[in-house]
Design a protein around this ligand. Structure first.
Ligand SMILES: Cc1cc2nc3c(=O)[nH]c(=O)nc-3n(C[C@H](O)[C@H](O)[C@H](O)COP(=O)(O)OP(=O)(O)OC[C@H]3O[C@@H](n4cnc5c(N)ncnc54)[C@H](O)[C@@H]3O)c2cc1C
Length: 500
């Protein structure tokens, strides 16, 4: 436990996933030193209740809090997630589908060969460079294996989870309250300021006034404290990302699911299929400029085989972008109140965890003053923008020609500079690892492995008929050797049936 000034009393407004994750992390950080955390939330307003896929950051969160998988996974209908399979985003023959894995230790051995072959194929050599062949996680997902290896094999891949968002919130609430976080189920009706950018208190239904030293706005898209009351500027990503709505509906399992999220292209967006132990979560994320709500629902129902009267569909509006500054005055925005990129890479809770953890470090390093606020805000903004660039690449590089939506995305020139630079680097044969560091910094939002998987996964290479044999003296990485190595590794992982 580090010494220092007494931590502040923090009030978190909102009891969705963002509110409880933030409360747990701040309590973990400062609770033992007398820091008090209170969560104020309105059960009548409720939570958004979507957001069922994670990155490995959620595992790091549970590990940090010392919560074992056996404690929370069953309670939240959770399953393992080794990565995302993208299907139908490209029409290039042989590249209609690819798997984006979470990078793990075994990839250190196979990634250099994949990058080498991508570089050769970018220059027109006829060498194998489809991402599915090169990474342990895609082999494990394909074979429906657990990401948890036998004890004798210490090189487990990184993995995330799928879970029920309502149950996750309830689990975290009970865990936090059991350890001293205060829970006030109250609706906030007004926010009292004490200065231009200082919140004094939340004025709640029934006349209660809740004061704190510091406030965290986890009030969802409403962004009651940050955007509404403090007037923090919202930067829209709408010109880069067209999707602004989603229609969601659960279905029963019709077969044993794989430990992966499926992201399948549709006529005006894409749909997810997320397996929980209790059901499959389905959602169609689309652009309301390109399809009506009714047609989107009908297209989703047709795709998942659900009749109109077989289950209720929920329509959600998405505000895509981020606040200019996550930390304003004595208020931090986290979760949907802070921003939302869109769910394609399931990064929202990832950013919540990153924001809360980084905030705790910055606030404490400044002696619980705003000394490091600007640096913190810059880092969070960079993380948002880095994720946005990677997600925009999925749309810009799509090879579909079958609808206005895909054609407009493919022709969109309103691209962030960093993304333009990455695409240029790919097509001008630069080394993608060096380009990524140069363009996106020393800790880029996505590693070069992810950029390789995306661009090679779409088949962004010269046309197949133009590919040539390798010139004498230049060697490609051996796919046979990599396959043998990965298959041998895969034998150390048990079968995984989330429904058993
Ligand atoms: C279509 C879609 C798909 C998504 N998929 C993913 C995904 O796969 N992975 C992922 O990580 N994220 C995903 N997300 C994002 C994810 O849903 C959110 O990041 C996550 O649920 C956290 O939401 P939140 O807690 O910020 O907001 P909410 O869940 O909306 O919670 C807001 C809280 O504020 C409270 N509140 C609001 N107003 C008041 C008031 N006046 N008084 C008191 N309390 C109030 C509410 O009661 C509630 O408790 C998705 C989002 C959408 C829209």
């Amino acid at each position: 436990m580090s010494e220092g000034p007494k931590p502040p009393h923090i009030v978190v407004l909102g009891g969705g996933s963002a509110g409880w994750i933030t409360a747990c992390l701040l309590h973990h950080e400062w609770g033992a030193r007398g820091g008090k955390v209170t969560v104020v939330e309105s059960p009548a307003i409720g939570i958004i209740g979507v957001g069922e896929g994670s990155t490995p950051q959620l595992k790091a969160f549970f590990d940090l809090l010392g919560i074992a998988e056996r404690e929370w996974m069953g309670a939240c209908d959770a399953t393992y997630k080794l990565g995302i399979r993208f299907t139908g985003w490209s029409e290039t023959p042989g590249f209609e589908s690819y798997f984006h894995p979470f990078p793990g230790p075994v990839d250190l051995h196979s990634e250099p060969g994949f990058a080498q072959n991508c570089a050769l194929r970018r220059k027109g050599a006829d060498v194998p460079a489809h991402p599915d062949d090169w990474f342990l996680a895609s082999i494990l997902a394909e074979q429906s294996k657990s990401p948890r290896a036998e004890e004798t094999f210490p090189f487990a891949p990184s993995y995330g989870y799928h879970f029920d968002a309502h149950k996750l919130g309830t689990f975290l609430r009970d865990w936090a309250v059991g350890r001293g976080v205060e829970h006030r189920p109250l609706k906030v009706e007004e926010v009292e300021l004490s200065g231009e950018q200082e919140i004094a208190a939340l004025l709640c239904e029934g006349g209660e006034r809740i004061e704190a030293d510091f406030f965290v706005d986890c009030s969802g898209f409403a962004s009651i404290l940050s955007q509404q009351r403090l007037g923090t500027r919202f930067i829209s990503f709408g010109e880069n990302l067209f999707n602004d709505r989603a229609v969601v509906m659960p279905t029963a399992h019709s077969s044993t699911p794989r430990p992966q999220t499926d992201a399948i292209a549709m006529s005006a967006g894409w749909r997810w299929s997320i397996p929980l132990t209790s059901r499959v979560g389905n959602g169609y994320v689309y652009s309301s400029r390109h399809i009506s709500d009714e047609d989107a629902e009908a297209e989703l129902r047709a795709a998942i085989g659900t009749e109109k009267d077989a289950g209720e569909a929920r329509l959600l509006h998405m505000k895509v972008g981020r606040v200019e500054n996550s930390w304003t005055g004595n208020c931090l925005a986290a979760g949907l109140s802070q921003g939302f990129i869109e769910p394609l890479e399931a990064t929202a809770l990832h950013i919540v965890i990153y924001t809360a953890t980084d905030f705790a470090k910055a606030f404490e390093a400044g002696g619980f003053t705003p000394k490091h606020r600007d640096t913190f805000n810059r880092r969070i903004a960079e993380r948002y923008d880095g994720i946005r660039d990677y997600i925009v690449a999925h749309y810009r590089m799509n090879g579909r020609t079958d609808s206005d939506y895909w054609r407009e995305n493919g022709a969109n020139e309103a691209l962030p500079e960093g993304l333009k630079a990455m695409i240029t680097a790919w097509f001008t044969h630069e080394d993608i690892g060096s380009a990524n560091r140069e363009i996106n910094g020393r800790t880029p939002a996505y590693p070069s492995l992810s950029w390789h998987c995306l661009l090679a996964g779409y088949g962004c290479f010269p046309d197949r008929e133009k590919l040539q044999q390798l010139p004498a003296g230049i060697e490609a990485a051996s796919l046979e050797d990599v396959r043998a190595m990965l298959q041998a590794c895969a034998r150390n992982f048990p079968d995984y049936d989330p429904l058993s």
